[in-house]
Design a protein around this ligand. Structure first.
Ligand SMILES: C[S@@+](CC[C@H](N)C(=O)[O-])C[C@H]1O[C@@H](n2cnc3c(N)ncnc32)[C@H](O)[C@@H]1O
Length: 208
């Protein structure tokens, strides 16, 4: 297997020693600006009920949980390696009942209760095999007026990286907007972009 394919597969679903040591460091450091951007856009309120799909090392969940006393954040990730790292990081918030971490493939999971008022997913839309179904499911789990933030790196910079494009589906801002509208976010979809040095990071913000 070529390194770009191995790396792309690890980015999609980290595993083993490489996942635990290398991918977790890349997520913690390399994705920190995009996660901070999302944290701001989520504008956490006291009683939020939030869903994060593909939480990785669980840093964003930790930051969001710190800002609320009463709310609940539920996270889903299908990598056991990431779930165990995120569980350690969020130990205090899990014990306090503010955070629940679930291991599984979001597309295949059923949720007993709907009623999330916010949802987010950072650097994961590239890996969704049927993105319209995934986004439709997120919309269905949100209450009317609920907000979904899908964060992704700018297509031009990802095209310069050595990634396997059978693993990574890249999105332009327009692609992301079209996906969210077509999958049921009919009350407004906008994309905010920020430049950090030479990189551009995008957040598509969709209202149900
Ligand atoms: C590139 S990482 C991003 C992690 C984190 N959001 C960040 O910004 O650092 C993608 C994460 O999404 C998870 N993931 C991808 N597809 C998923 C799915 N269908 N269901 C649950 N987790 C998924 C992977 O296991 C991985 O932890």
């Amino acid at each position: 297997m070529s390194f770009p394919t191995f790396f792309s597969q690890q980015a999609r679903k980290p595993s083993g020693v490489f996942g635990r040591l290398v991918m977790s460091a890349i997520f913690n450091i390399g994705n920190s600006k995009l996660n901070r951007f999302v944290n701001e856009i989520m504008s956490i309120q006291e009683n939020d009920h939030i869903l994060e799909i593909g939480f990785g090392t669980g840093k964003l969940i930790y930051e969001m949980a710190r800002q609320m006393d009463q709310g609940l954040i539920e996270g889903v990730d299908f990598s056991s390696t990431m779930v165990s790292i995120a569980q350690k990081r969020n130990k205090k918030h899990i014990a306090g009942g503010k955070v629940k971490l679930l291991k599984g493939n979001f597309d295949e999971m059923s949720f007993q209760k709907k009623g999330f008022n916010k949802a987010c997913s950072v650097n994961t839309i590239y890996f969704w095999p049927k993105p319209e179904n995934t986004v439709r499911k997120i919309a269905d789990l949100l209450e009317p007026g609920g907000k979904f933030v899908a964060a992704f790196e700018d297509i031009a910079q990802l095209e310069h990286r050595q990634l396997n494009n059978e693993v990574f589906n890249l999105y332009s801002k327009e692609d992301a907007k079209t996906l969210l509208v077509n999958a049921g976010f009919l009350n407004g979809v906008s994309v905010q972009s920020r430049k950090f040095g030479s990189s551009v990071l995008n957040c598509a913000i969709a209202i149900k």
